[in-house]
Design a protein around this ligand. Structure first.
Ligand code: NIG
Ligand code: FE
Length: 428
């Protein structure tokens, strides 16, 4: 499912003598909760050896010699005084879209309301019109440009949702572009069908329109997407002005029966039932969660559903922040993602967003790094592939031009990402 990024055969790559190596390798491979969410497995003065795109050894730099002895094709990256950590895992993006909504940004900054713009046929529906208007190649070009900028900011794994097609051809086109980014383009990608993102214009104001659209999603779009192997997950926008919990349950149950994993846009605009629905269905992830009470947190914990926080969206929309502290204290595994989309948050840097999770959602820097690496990977079923630094995992790694990982938060927004490795290849 996950295409292996291109790699040079035979070469041994070494990241040598890092001041701080954040392995996240102690403890289990499942998503981290409570105190373990803040345990980074920090090693000082360690090195990493990579062969064939995979981490083959980590250990004290003093012990590196024998490990690489006799190896003629060596590529050594000096990391003294620097931080090495796993490539960031962005577990919630909508990065395949056409056009832009810069005009809406200005309208909102002047006081217009996101939900009112959406209800009036703008918002998501504006992006649907602009996305449908592009050819697949145009859509791919625009999306790849964005994805490469995101990678330059540290993201090496991307979850990518559809949801700007809202008909079979449109959804298929978005997901094919997502697969192409994960194939020929060498990014690591998980694709999610979000056909139930909004009621499309052609079904609005039409007798029985909602019912007919849901029927279309369940009986036409999802089965075709699954038959063509275009998605790993399904998602629903379960919130005020989008889909009710009953409508969302129907779509998610159908998706589950077809073999897809589940993710839910939940409790972004109010306490609208999405979080409890995600827990009820054992969804891999419930996302946004701005409004959440103790009962909902307990339900997520019991279900093992990862709570994915999107603080960039709160910032851009001027909304409250999700209470990350309460989630960690309640024992819910927390992930942080960008939500990169054309409307509610076009921020591309997950490194910046993880800092927002500290300032806004009250995570510690260590908890936020776990949230944007290992826990995000776990929510995508990739915990044994990415998100930690240990033998056997993919060599998706970052080098920071600083000697303390907390600078990602302390100096948020500064150009600290000195190098990005994807599948053992230095790509930035
Ligand atoms: O996660 N909430 C729904 N979907 C996106 C916004 C999409 C858009 O405005 O285009 C989100 O914020
Ligand atoms: Fe989203």
């Amino acid at each position: 499912m996950i295409a292996a990024p291109a790699r040079a055969a035979g070469k041994t790559v070494v990241l040598a003598d890092a001041r701080q190596l954040l392995t996240l390798a102690d403890g289990t491979a499942s998503a981290r909760t409570g105190r373990a969410q803040g345990e980074l497995g920090l090693r000082e003065g360690w090195s990493v050896v990579i062969q064939g795109g995979v981490i083959t050894w980590t250990g004290p730099h003093a012990e590196l010699g024998p490990v690489i002895a006799g190896n003629r094709d060596l590529e050594i990256h000096e990391c003294r005084g620097k931080v090495v950590l796993p490539g960031l895992v962005d577990s919630h993006t909508h990065l395949v879209w056409g056009g832009d909504r810069r005009d809406e940004l200005e309208m909102r900054l002047a006081g217009a309301d996101y939900e009112a713009i959406f209800a009036a046929g703008g918002g998501i529906l504006s992006s649907v019109r602009q996305t449908r208007a592009l050819s697949e190649d145009e859509l791919h070009r625009a999306s790849l440009r964005r994805a490469l900028r995101m990678r330059a900011c540290g993201t090496t794994t991307f979850e990518i949702k559809s949801g700007y097609g809202l008909d079979l051809e449109g959804e298929r086109r978005q997901l094919r572009v997502a697969r192409r980014l994960g194939g020929d383009d060498g990014l690591r990608v998980r694709a999610t069908c979000l056909a139930a993102h909004a009621l499309p214009a052609e079904f609005r104001g039409v007798e029985g329109g909602r019912e007919r659209f849901l029927e279309q999603v369940c009986e036409v779009i999802l089965p075709a997407i699954v038959a063509e192997g275009l998605a790993d997950y399904a998602d629903v926008f379960c919130d005020r002005g989008a889909f009710t919990p009953e409508e969302s349950r129907r779509v998610l149950l159908r998706a589950r029966a077809l073999g897809l994993g589940l993710r839910v846009h939940a409790n972004e605009l109010g306490s609208t039932g999405g979080a409890l629905l995600a827990a009820e269905l054992g969804a891999a992830s419930a996302d946004h969660l701005l409004y959440l009470d103790d009962r909902e947190r307990a339900a997520l914990r019991e279900a093992g559903t990862v709570a994915t926080l999107l603080p960039g969206t709160s910032l851009v929309l001027g909304k409250p922040h999700a209470d990350g502290r309460a989630l960690v204290e309640a024992g819910v595994p927390v992930a942080v993602a960008s939500d990169c989309n054309p409307g509610s948050c076009a921020l591309e840097s997950l490194a910046l967003v993880l800092a927002l999770a500290c300032y806004g959602c009250r995570l510690s820097p260590a908890e936020a790094i776990c949230a944007a690496t290992h826990n995000a990977a776990a929510s995508l079923g990739l915990a044994d592939t990415v998100g930690r630094i240990a033998p056997g995992l993919a060599a998706d790694l970052l080098i920071l031009a600083t000697d303390d990982y907390r600078d990602l938060v302390y100096h948020a927004g500064s150009p600290l990402i000195a190098a990005v490795f994807q599948g053992g290849e230095r790509v930035v």
